[in-house]
Design a protein. Structure first.
Length: 342
């Protein structure tokens, strides 16, 4: 483990760095054992474990932020707990009590306090709760033993561009999720399949793929690790909850901020990628815990490019970014009750 004093918190990217402590709880014989804090480290697992063989695993992504006054905040942790349990049910794994989940998150954050990046670095302590089928199996069915772990990593921006526009490629070759599948659960399986498309898109000079729906290859879904928004005809539009997008907590918060704080009409609907190429679409961005709000400089499909706002963050993108990060860093009043102090 690196000594936190040796970390340059001002130049962090989104890369793994071991921190001091993790939380671990086991589910055996049909019930959860009391979890405990342990030094971050490796553990043994059977080669026949369900997660390794069949991908029975889920995760969450959260952040602890250091505010200007030194306090440490979490953003809507109850929503992460809810989604964690939704994902657990979909992957046939046991749920974990919401209060215990939030308590465990707080304990891990406190135990790793020295790794929380300072306020003025703009970084965060990323929190990664995972749950997986630990026990050995052979046929395709659930494990009987499960492990929940929560670990943390100090991070900077997810996209190295930071709050600058990223270039996205709209793919007609790959899709991320199909109706009836697992797209709205935060299961590890959804991510492995996006690695090859992302690598190919990066080789062509794009930051990521903008995925379309699997049936028509027409309607925008999301960015693979972030949700999508665009200003179209003066309204803030985002793909509707179709069962195939990950229903982001940042997404939900942005919809509330735009309508209640900025007075912008919001629309959750099917958005054809063709709409992005019209003048009525004036700006676009993506959102997520890791991505925060990342402006989209351009989208490209089969060589046709649409540049937004001279590649600069748009006016509404800027406003929403300031509101969201202001609330998260307790510089703007938390009138929605989104902040939990650690
Ligand atoms: N979409 C995907 C596929 C994600 O992995 C994430 C990140 O969690 C998001 C969207 C954004 O979700 P949230 O805002 O809850 O972080
Ligand atoms: C997050 O925003 O927390 C995510 O889960 C994205 C991740 C896959 C890096």
């Amino acid at each position: 483990m690196i000594d936190p004093k040796d970390i340059d918190f001002y130049s962090l990217g989104f890369n793994f760095i071991a921190t001091k402590t993790m939380f671990m709880a086991n589910h055996k014989n049909g019930k959860w054992e009391d979890g405990k804090l342990l030094p971050f480290g490796n553990f043994e697992i059977s080669p026949a474990s369900c997660v390794i063989n069949y991908g029975q695993g889920i995760f969450e992504g959260m952040k602890a932020l250091r505010a200007k006054n030194g306090e440490v905040t979490l953003f809507r942790p109850a929503e992460n707990s809810k989604r964690f349990n939704f994902s657990a049910r979909r992957m046939l794994m046991p749920e974990y009590d919401a209060d215990k989940f939030i308590d465990a998150v707080k304990r891990v954050v406190k135990a790793n306090e020295e790794f929380i990046p300072p306020y003025d670095s703009g970084g965060a302590l990323y929190i990664r709760p995972i749950l997986f089928g630990y026990g050995p199996i052979l046929g395709v069915h659930s494990a009987e033993e499960f492990k929940l772990i929560i670990f943390t990593v100090p991070v900077g921006p997810y996209f190295p561009e930071g709050f600058k526009g990223i270039k996205l490629e709209i793919s007609k070759n790959y899709t991320r999720a199909a109706p009836g599948g697992t797209g709205s659960a935060k299961t590890i399986c959804n991510y492995a399949g996006t690695m090859l498309p992302a690598k190919e898109a990066k080789a062509r000079g794009f930051s990521q793929i903008l995925y379309l729906d699997a049936i028509h290859l027409e309607y925008i879904e999301e960015v693979g690790a972030a949700n999508f928004f665009a200003m179209i005809n003066g309204k803030l539009a985002t793909p509707r909850k179709s069962g195939t997008i990950l229903e982001g907590i940042t997404r939900e918060s942005i919809l509330e901020l735009a309508s209640k704080k900025l007075g912008i009409e919001v629309e959750e609907r099917e958005i054809s990628y063709r709409e992005l190429f019209k003048d009525s679409c004036t700006e676009a961005f993506c959102s997520g815990t890791a991505a925060v709000i990342t402006p989209i400089a351009s989208v490209n499909i089969e060589g046709n490019e649409r540049i937004f706002n001279d590649q600069e963050p748009g006016e509404i993108t800027n406003k929403i970014y300031k509101l969201l990060t202001g609330i998260q860093r307790i510089e703007i009043e938390d009138e929605f009750g989104w902040i939990t102090k650690v």
